[in-house]
Ligand binder design. Structure first.
Ligand code: PMV
Length: 337
């Protein structure tokens, strides 16, 4: 057993202490929304447990996410995984990552699982498919085994699969507290009590190609080699304060401009890593100019954010929906509330 596995397993044991370890039903089920960070998580203080250097804040994507079922795979010595209707080879990186995560929950030993997942956004194109995927897997496991644990604790378990999954346990605006604890027992997300029915997110998929470099490798590279990383935590503290206050006042222009600046700052940081990490494609930059043009020349309050991929997500309000759809007919519109 690797030391990484042992560290994760110790946390799982603390969280599931005295919980049921045999299934209570034939199938566990869950849906979790995907989420997009308005203030990004970029950099791990512990890359085994996915503990972040900073807190982060996101908006969940309503009915866009992962629907997962978990059952036993009784006749086999391995898990089986069906993603969007297709059985996956257990040799793909994706299957290996999922199976290694499931190793944490094979009690009594020898349990193997059949996992079926339908994901309603492109997988691994920087559209947060791992966030909703791991969150839905954990909630489906909780349903399958009948665990009586809080959503905060499930958020810790999901975080160990993928950091941003910690935030996908809830709808609406969600804040993930970085925590101070070495084992990360205080590093989980919580919902923010603000409903904003007019808030819109638009997904603009420029390419569905898988990302060139995974977020963990990119984060670690940035933390280790960007000369500017030391400024990131104080910038994030400032952005979080501004975003929370904008949410309370429903001040969309502040919210949008801080979220956009946060994403640009994160990408600027990673571009100064050695070797540099650049997720932009030429289409990404062209779109940014189009959005700035709309804002500056046509006074449309539309902002963007960008994750570990070339695609942009637009932020705007219901009153501008028609104009946005006219300008970007291919947009995938999300109503988070
Ligand atoms: O959870 P991960 O390891 O896929 O990292 C997510 C990183 C960003 O999407 C770029 C930022 C975030 O906070 O979601």
């Amino acid at each position: 057993m690797s030391t990484h596995f042992i560290r994760k397993k110790q946390i799982v044991e603390k969280i599931l202490f005295e919980q049921n370890r045999v299934p209570v039903k034939a199938q566990g089920k869950a849906f979790c929304p995907s989420n997009i960070a308005l203030c990004k998580y970029w950099g791990k203080r512990d890359s085994v447990l996915n503990l972040p250097w900073t807190s982060s804040l996101s908006i969940s994507l309503g009915d866009k996410g992962a629907k997962t079922t978990v059952a036993l795979n009784p006749n086999s010595q391995s898990d089986e995984i069906r993603l969007n209707g297709q059985w996956l080879s257990m040799e793909t990186d994706f299957s290996k990552r999922l199976s290694a995560y499931l190793d944490l929950f094979r009690e009594p030993s020898g349990l193997y699982f059949t996992i079926k997942t339908e994901v309603s956004i492109p997988v691994a194109a920087g559209l947060a498919s791992s966030a909703c995927g791991f969150a839905a897997l954990v909630v489906a496991l909780a349903d399958f085994f009948g665990w009586c644990v809080s959503k905060e604790k499930l958020s810790i378990l999901a975080r160990m699969g993928s950091g941003s999954a910690a935030r996908s346990l809830w709808h609406g605006f969600v804040k993930w507290e970085k925590g101070e604890d070495e084992e990360g027992l205080d590093s989980f997300a919580k919902p923010i009590d603000v409903a904003w029915p007019e808030f819109r997110v638009g997904l603009l998929v420029l390419t569905k190609a898988p990302k060139l470099i995974g977020s963990t490798e990119a984060m670690n590279g940035t933390v280790e080699s960007s000369p500017w990383y030391k400024h990131w935590p104080s910038l994030v503290d400032n952005h979080l304060k501004l975003l929370l206050s904008a949410l309370n006042k429903k001040d969309f222009e502040i919210l949008g401009s801080v979220a956009e600046n946060n994403a640009l700052s994160m990408h600027a940081l990673m571009q100064t890593a050695m070797p540099p990490i650049v997720y932009h494609q030429p289409e990404t930059i062209a779109l940014m100019h189009q959005i700035w043009h709309l804002r500056q020349k046509e006074q449309i309050p539309v902002y963007f954010t960008q994750d570990a991929g070339p695609n942009l997500k637009l932020l705007f309000l219901a009153k501008d929906e028609k104009t946005i759809v006219d300008h970007f007919p291919e947009i995938d519109l999300v109503k988070p509330f």
